[in-house]
Design a protein around this ligand. Structure first.
Ligand code: EPU
Length: 468
C-alpha cells in the first residue's frame, strides 16, 4: 500500500488548542427564565458513524449534510485524514472522498481520544481486506469493550488478532471479500451493530444481525448506506439483513436531528419553568424522554410537524428511570434528567444499566445542594427546594450538560470546569442558551472570574479518557 503525507483540511481543524479548552470555564448565573425557539443540530452519533461509513464509497465525494461543528467530528475527520481520505467542510456539509485509502492502520493517539473511531474497522476491512485499529481503551463512563465487534467480524470470515493493543484484522484464506454470516449479538450494542452492518454492505452474500441495536442513529447509518447502493432491510428493528454488493457509489445525504440535544433543551425548559420551542426534531426519537417529562408533570406538545414546545409548568414530581437500549430511556439523557429530578418533589430512583460508571455527575450535583445517594448502579434522588451555584467539574459529555442545566436553575453562580467534554457533543450550547435568555458566559480560565473561585481539592477531577 502506498504511503503518502496526510494533511487535514484547515476547515476541519479545531479552533481551540486542547490546553485552552481545558482551562476554560463556563459561568452560569441561575434563575433566568427562557423563552423563544432553538434550532437543533445534526446528530453527533450519526455524524460520527456516517463519516466512518463514507469509507465504503470508492467513487468520488460523498456529501454529508447537517454535520454539527463539534470537537468529536473534528477528531473523526483527523482519523479519516490519517487514513488518506480527503475531507472538506462547506457550511454544514462535509465532503468526504475515500476513493483512495492510503492506510489501513489508524493511529493510537487519535483512536484513544475518540472511541467511535474504532468503528472504522468494519468499512476498512470491507474495502481493503485489512485493518489495524488500536483498542480504544476504557473511558470516563465505563470499560467499553469491543468483543462483539470482533466476534462479528470473525463470523464474517476475518482473521482477527489482538497484538500489543492493536486489533489486526484481515480476510481469511483466499477470500477477496468478507462473507455473509448469521450473527447474534449478546447485547444490542450500537457500535457493534454499526460496525458489522457497514462491513456486511460489501460482503459476499447475506448477513443477518440478530438482537441488533435499534437506535435511530443505526437506522440513519443504514439509510446513508442505502443511498450509496447498499441493500439493507430491518434497520431500526432488532433484526437487520444486509445483502452484500461489490461496491457503493457516491451520495448526498442529510443526517437526522440530534435527539439528545433536543432532550437537553426540553429539560432546560422544564428546569427553568419556561416555554421554549425546538425544531427540527423527530418526536418519535424522544418518546421515552417525553413520557418521563409527562410523568413528572411537564407539558410537551408537538405544535407543528418536527417541532416540539415545552410549556411553563409548576413544580415537578419525582419519577423512576431505568436506562435501556432504544426504545428505552437513553443513557445519554440520564445525567441531564437527573439534574431535573434533583428539584422535583419526592424520591426518584435512577438506574443506569447501560454503562457501569455513568453516575460520576452525582458528586458534582451534590456540591450544588442536590440530595442524591448512590447504591451500585442506582442513584436515589430526593428532591430539594433549590440548588445553589457552586464550582463544579464536568466528568463526561452528558455530565457537563447536566451541570449546565442545574446551573440554569440554581440560585447564584455556577462555574463549570472541564468544558472539553461539553465541546465534544453540543454545538454552540452557550450561544443557543444565551439566545433563549440564559445568563451564561465562557471565560478563558478561572483567573477571569469576577470573584475568586474556591474549589475544594476533592472536586478537581482530571478527566482524561472520553466517552462516545
Ligand atoms: N458492550 C460490550 N461489548 C461490546 C460492545 C459494547 O459489552 O463489544 C457494552 C458496553 O460496554 C456498554 C453497552 O454494551 O456497557 C452499550 O454500549 P454500545 O456499544 O451500545 O455503545 P457505543 O456504541 O460504544 C454509542 C454512543 C454513546 C451511547 C451508546 C448507547 C456513539 C459514538 N456513541 O456508544 O454515546 O451512550 O451508544 O446508546 O454512537 C454520548 O453521545 O455521550 C455517548 C456516550
Amino acid at each position: 500500500m502506498e504511503d503518502r503525507p496526510i494533511t487535514l483540511s484547515p476547515s476541519l481543524s479545531n479552533t481551540h488548542s486542547s490546553s485552552e479548552e481545558d482551562k476554560a470555564v463556563l459561568q452560569v448565573s441561575g434563575g433566568a427564565s427562557l423563552h423563544g425557539h432553538v434550532g437543533i443540530s445534526g446528530a453527533k452519533n450519526s455524524a460520527l458513524v456516517i463519516m466512518a461509513g463514507a469509507l465504503l464509497c470508492s467513487s468520488q465525494d460523498c456529501r454529508i449534510r447537517n454535520v454539527p461543528a463539534l470537537a468529536d467530528v473534528t477528531r473523526m475527520g483527523e482519523i479519516l485524514s490519517a487514513l488518506g481520505v480527503k475531507l472538506e467542510r462547506q457550511g454544514d456539509s462535509l465532503l468526504v472522498n475515500a476513493s483512495h485509502i492510503a492506510q489501513s492502520k489508524a493511529p493510537y493517539e487519535l483512536v484513544s481520544q475518540l472511541r467511535a473511531s474504532f468503528f472504522v474497522i468494519g468499512p476498512l476491512l470491507a474495502r481493503l481486506g485489512v485493518a489495524k485499529i488500536p483498542l480504544p481503551g476504557g473511558c470516563a463512563i465505563g470499560a467499553r469493550p469491543v468483543a462483539l465487534h470482533v466476534r462479528g467480524l470473525q463470523a464474517m470470515g476475518a482473521d482477527v488478532q489482538i497484538d500489543h493493543g492493536i486489533v489486526n484484522a484481515h480476510l481469511r484464506g483466499r477470500n477477496k471479500r468478507l462473507q455473509g454470516a448469521k450473527i447474534y449479538l449478546d447485547y444490542p450494542s450500537v457500535g457493534a451493530t454499526e460496525t458489522l452492518m457497514m462491513a456486511a454492505t460489501l460482503a459476499e452474500g447475506e448477513t443477518t444481525i440478530e438482537n441488533a441495536a435499534q437506535e435511530p442513529e443505526v437506522a440513519d447509518l443504514a439509510n446513508f448506506c442505502r443511498a450509496m447502493g447498499a441493500k439493507i432491510r430491518g434497520a431500526g428493528t432488532n433484526t437487520i439483513t444486509i445483502v452484500g454488493v461489490p461496491s457503493l457509489h457516491t451520495t448526498d445525504y442529510a443526517i437526522i436531528p440530534d435527539r439528545v440535544e433536543a432532550g437537553t433543551f426540553l429539560i432546560a425548559g422544564a428546569i427553568t419553568h419556561s416555554e421554549i420551542s425546538l425544531s427540527p426534531v423527530i418526536p418519535d426519537h424522544l418518546t421515552a424522554v417525553i413520557a418521563k417529562l409527562h410523568a413528572i408533570g411537564a407539558q410537551v406538545i408537538e405544535d407543528a410537524p418536527n417541532r416540539l414546545r415545552i410549556l411553563p409548568g409548576y413544580r415537578h414530581l419525582a419519577t423512576d428511570i431505568e436506562t435501556l437500549p432504544y426504545p428505552g430511556f437513553p443513557t445519554d439523557m440520564q445525567a441531564p434528567f437527573m439534574a431535573l429530578l434533583t428539584l422535583s418533589d419526592g424520591d426518584s430512583v435512577i438506574t443506569e444499566t447501560v454503562f457501569e460508571n455513568r453516575l460520576r455527575h452525582v458528586a458534582e450535583l451534590t456540591r450544588m445542594g442536590a440530595d442524591i445517594r448512590v447504591k451500585g448502579t442506582h442513584a436515589i434522588v430526593r428532591g430539594v427546594p433549590m440548588l445553589s451555584g457552586a464550582p463544579v467539574v464536568a466528568t463526561d459529555l452528558r455530565a457537563s450538560a447536566a451541570l449546565v442545566l442545574a446551573g440554569l436553575a440554581a440560585r447564584g453562580t455556577t462555574v463549570i470546569q472541564g468544558l472539553q467534554h461539553l465541546d465534544r457533543g453540543y454545538e454552540n450550547l452557550e450561544l443557543k442558551l444565551q439566545k433563549l435568555g440564559a445568563n451564561l458566559k465562557r471565560l478563558p480560565s478561572v483567573e477571569h472570574l469576577e470573584s475568586p473561585l474556591i474549589v475544594p481539592e476533592t472536586t478537581i477531577a482530571v478527566p482524561v479518557a472520553e466517552p462516545s
